[in-house]
Design a protein around this ligand. Structure first.
Ligand SMILES: Cc1ncc(COP(=O)(O)O)c(C=O)c1O
Length: 345
């Protein structure tokens, strides 16, 4: 079930202990790959505004969240694509928005600015999660893939949220039909109950890095807890249950109902956008004057007191329910949210 189509499956795996470790690992594999193929000048790493890639120094450097970067030094030689969020053109969309594929061309701008020969990799979340459910515009990921290929830049998908069934396919890579060179994952690998992450590499990336005489270390990177036995047992058990209960594709059956129920909140007070894909929704609220984030936080506390755990990020409510959720539970979650939105000032 590794990401990618037959023949191009990213089925060479490096185990880690978390999403952050997966991101650091993927970035380092990209650098090692470029050097291994004689492209050692390629050391630059490109991320995207409003991206979240965990809390390691690599992750915060390619990440695009000011507060995660402000206090800490970041890596030299990184840059960022523009984000794709555009409410003026794409409000209240079910699935992928129509407008914004051209934003992928921002990578061409960075190539023109820095030179392709300095860029090792570009990392994006296929659907940005932590900065409020930003769904890729139609054609955007395809274009990013095409530009990366043309310039010898590795494409990394951070699937820490989207991996393992969140969109209705095992990975966002499969859902969108766009195959990167590396995928960083974690969370769903063990159903989030035991720390474990994984980096999935394509055969060409793996084979270029893992060469040389047997018995020598090819990649000077690894963790004590890579492939930890307890985590591996939890991972195997989770994968068996995903398979037995069809959970990696269950979101595909639920996503229409999910979208209909969530978009039903459209006329609730303060709501300026609702966006849905797979089993994810973002509900964006207008900020309270002088207190950004306060309104969504009040919705969070109101919902929590009534038994519904939602996530808020700024003034965006982000929903990402368990894959076993039932239709009636989707409806009751929406009803709790609607009541909270009615009550909040
Ligand atoms: C897209 C993405 N990447 C990386 C991470 C970091 O994962 P962890 O918290 O396991 O280090 C997260 C965590 O939410 C994430 O959403």
């Amino acid at each position: 079930m590794a990401p990618g189509p037959d023949g191009q499956r990213l089925d060479r795996i490096f185990f880690t202990g978390s999403g952050s470790e997966s991101v650091e690992t993927a970035l380092k594999i990209a650098l090692a790959y470029q050097r291994a193929i004689g492209q050692g000048t390629r050391t630059r790493l490109i991320g995207r505004e409003r991206g979240y890639h965990g809390v390691g120094f690599g992750g915060i450097s390619v990440g695009g969240i000011l507060n995660n970067r402000r206090v800490f030094p970041t890596l030299n030689g990184t840059d960022h694509l523009r984000h794709t969020h555009d409410l003026s053109r794409n409000a209240f969309v079910r699935g992928q928005p129509e407008h914004g594929a051209d934003l992928a061309d921002d990578l061409e701008r960075l190539v023109a600015l820095h030179g392709a020969e300095t860029i090792a990799a570009c990392i994006v979340e296929p659907v940005a999660g932590s900065t409020g459910v930003l769904i890729p515009p139609k054609g955007y990921l395809e274009r990013l893939r095409e530009i990366c290929t043309r310039h010898g830049i590795l494409l990394i998908f951070d699937e820490v949220i989207t991996g393992f069934g969140r969109l209705g396919a095992p990975f966002a890579t499969d859902f969108f039909g766009v195959t990167p060179d590396l995928v960083a994952a974690a969370k769903g690998l063990t159903n989030g109950v035991i720390p474990m992450g994984a980096v999935f590499a394509s055969r060409p990336v793996h084979d270029a890095v893992v060469q040389g005489p047997d018995g020598l270390i090819e990649l000077f990177h690894g963790y004590t807890y890579s492939g930890h036995p307890v985590a591996s047992a939890a991972g195997i058990a989770s994968l068996e249950i995903y398979e037995e209960e069809g959970l990696l594709t269950r979101a595909a059956d639920l996503s229409d109902d999910w979208a209909t129920v969530m978009h039903g909140l459209r006329s609730a007070p303060h709501v300026i956008d609702i966006r849905t894909i797979g089993l994810i929704a973002g509900i964006e609220l207008s900020p309270r004057a002088g207190a950004p984030g306060a309104r969504a936080y009040d919705v969070f506390t109101d919902c929590f007191a009534r038994g519904l755990l939602v996530r808020v990020t700024g003034d965006i409510i982000a929903l990402s329910p368990p894959l076993v959720i039932e239709r009636t539970q989707i409806e009751s979650a929406a009803a709790t949210l609607a009541a909270a939105l009615d009550r909040v000032a």
